[in-house]
Ligand binder design. Sequence first.
Ligand code: BT5
Length: 255
Amino acid sequence: PGIAFGLDAPYSVEYHDRIASTNERARDLAGQGATDIAVIADEQTGSRGRLDREWVAPSGGVWLSVLTRPDVPTARAPLFTLAAAVATTDAAREAGVGAHIKWPNDVLVGGGDGESAGRGGRKLAGILTEMEGEADRVDWLVVGPGVNANIDPDTLPEGATSLSAECGTPVDRRRFAATLLERFAELTGSPEGLDRILPAWRERSSTIGRRVRVDTANGSVEGTAVDIAGPGALVVETREGRQRVHAGDCEHLRD
Ligand code: BT5
């Protein structure tokens, strides 16, 4: 039913017209021992971003969470968030929207020279990853990309955009979700796929090479973003030398 009708995906698909949060539902399924399930909803009534922020998710979106149990140490889990950002970017580009990735997990449109550098563009999608496991092995992993698909940006927070607004016409959400899931499975389903994530992310990133300020739990780091390292840390060249930032909110600054 809904956007999931006839969806050809490398996961079993559970569809909801309306649900509190697809991530929450996927976590419940994890608790029941399930795996390899994509939960998709048209509308969410209690969805969250990172750090428990509110995520606005009206009808017309692609609100998605993928539950897997990859055989990797928990330190590699951030790679799966990067893979979801790559997959979302590729699905958007296939729909004709020139999206790019802002570290760590925002998929943006625009924001190049001449436009407000500010946050680095209009936000099309964000990703919330949650997991449980021991240091040496992930038990379950839920990766939740939320994509503003066919939504009027006036109903979204300031600075947001949608596929339909960028295209000027509604997009085929089923095809978009199929491409996203296909790409995500390709990148995360094998060791060779995992090795391709960082290079693919670098190619699609608008953060590398930019001046940035990253607000972290231990203060802010300002400098030039020079690379992504390890399983997802941003390498920033600062006046005091190179620093690796593992988590935080990143702002692109004017050069
Ligand atoms: C994120 O958090 O960007 C991760 C969002 C993940 C949402 C998906 S939807 C499917 C799955 N199920 C869930 O319950 N969650 C996931 P963060 O980087 O913390 O950004 C949150 C901020 O983005 C908010 O504080 C707002 O400023 C802004 N925001 C909220 N809703 C938005 C929207 N629809 N589009 C663009 N920006 C939004």
